[in-house]
Design a protein around this ligand. Structure first.
Ligand code: SAH
Length: 363
């Protein structure tokens, strides 16, 4: 079947998705992009939602084979002071960001869970009514936790959670993680988050060693079958101080970038009303790739709001842009960049994923 016929289908099966992800011809790629944009406008509109990303700690109990802040990586460890986290959130809110993402390495101890709950409560309290009636929206990205912990985070006021499945292929998942980390547990975590009532986000790395186009097609089906509300995915980029460094796994930048853009477009076409982030890892491969992500169907960007002093210690992968974007970019550069591709920056809006409400109204 030709690409136009596949693009015009209402429902896409695995073969359709594989065909779309396999596009290499430039004019077909433009057809794919244009379709993703059409569906984006129809289902979610032209707005680009902002989340201020606050990477508040790089301590981690996990040893993921790909990650630059894994437990055994040799990096200076930090946890931001509560006041620094609050200041970053207040700064984000004053710039018109409707939401913040609190992200860190993984810890499950009581002191950490208390600290995160306190940070959520502080941010909510200090931004409520001052900036937005409901306060800054808060998304957490602090890994695998118990159901009880997730519940505490929710009660403290976080309403969204990002936990990438990394790959829906269980064999591949176990190749890139130490045996202490299981696919089953990560999946259980996603289900707990959904049952508690979180707007739930997941995603994968694209271009992992050994990953096939069929794996990626299955990832898109995983998002659909599991009723995921938000997608954050990006190219795999080797990190020097890890077992999956570029010497052991030479990588093809251009391929990973183009596959990542196709994954965004296909996810938009198949999932329709979800939020999809155009992630930092895209930008790390090529300046301007974040705007490309938006052009291919993403509707969320997450500019870093982590204080400059610690950004160099949150290098998940090589070449992560940590100095290039100034904190006041929002008022000048970012707006121009977003408007130049025919989109609008949504200021002072939380930007909930419509899918969350659509799926809940079906019952
Ligand atoms: N500890 C938290 C969040 C921090 S890591 C968690 O595990 O959820 C956030 C994401 O960065 C990971 O889910 C992973 O998909 C991505 N990441 C880590 N190392 C990467 C690499 N080398 N290339 C691309 N993405 C990477």
């Amino acid at each position: 079947m030709n690409i136009i016929n596949i693009l015009n289908k209402e429902f896409h099966d695995k073969d359709d998705i594989i065909a779309l992800l396999s596009i290499s011809d430039e004019s077909e790629l433009e057809l794919l992009r244009a379709k993703a944009e059409e569906i984006l406008f129809k289902h979610t509109g032209d707005k680009v939602f902002l989340r201020g990303l606050i990477e508040f700690s790089n301590y981690c109990v996990n040893d993921c084979n790909y990650c630059g802040i894994r437990k055994s990586a040799n990096v200076g460890r930090y946890t931001l002071k509560m006041q620094d986290i609050i200041d970053s959130a207040l700064w984000s809110a004053s710039q018109g960001y409707g939401s913040a993402v609190l992200q860190s390495g993984e810890r499950r101890d009581e002191a950490f869970v208390d600290f995160v709950c306190e940070a959520i409560r502080n941010i909510k309290e200090k931004t409520k009514s001052v900036i937005l009636p409901e306060g800054l929206g808060i998304t957490l990205s602090v890994g695998e936790q118990s159901e009880e912990t997730y519940r505490r985070f929710f009660e403290a006021g976080a309403k969204r959670y990002l936990l990438r499945i990394e790959s829906s292929n269980q064999d591949l998942f176990s190749k890139i993680h130490p045996k202490e980390q299981s696919f089953e547990n990560r999946y259980r975590c996603l289900k707990s988050l959904q049952s508690i009532g979180f707007q739930t986000g997941t995603g994968v790395m694209i271009g992992l060693p050994g990953q096939t186009i069929e794996d990626l097609a299955n990832d898109v089906l995983f998002f659909r079958d599991n009723n995921i509300d938000m997608i954050g995915m990006g190219p795999f980029i080797p990190s020097a101080d890890t077992p999956m460094n570029a010497e052991i796994y030479p990588w093809d930048k251009e391929r990973n970038l183009s596959l990542a853009l196709k994954m965004i477009a296909v996810s938009r076409i198949v999932l329709k009303d979800v939020n999809i982030a155009s992630t930092t890892a895209l930008q790390a491969i090529k300046d301007g790739a974040r705007e490309d992500g938006l052009r291919f169907g993403a509707n969320v960007i997450m500019p870093q709001q982590t204080p400059q002093t610690v950004r160099k210690d949150y290098q998940l992968y090589d070449g992560k842009p940590f100095l290039s974007e100034s904190l006041n970019d929002l008022s000048i550069g970012l707006r121009i960049r977003v408007e130049s591709i025919g989109r609008k920056l949504a200021l002072n809006e939380q930007g909930d994923p419509l899918h969350f409400f659509n799926r809940n109204s079906k019952f």
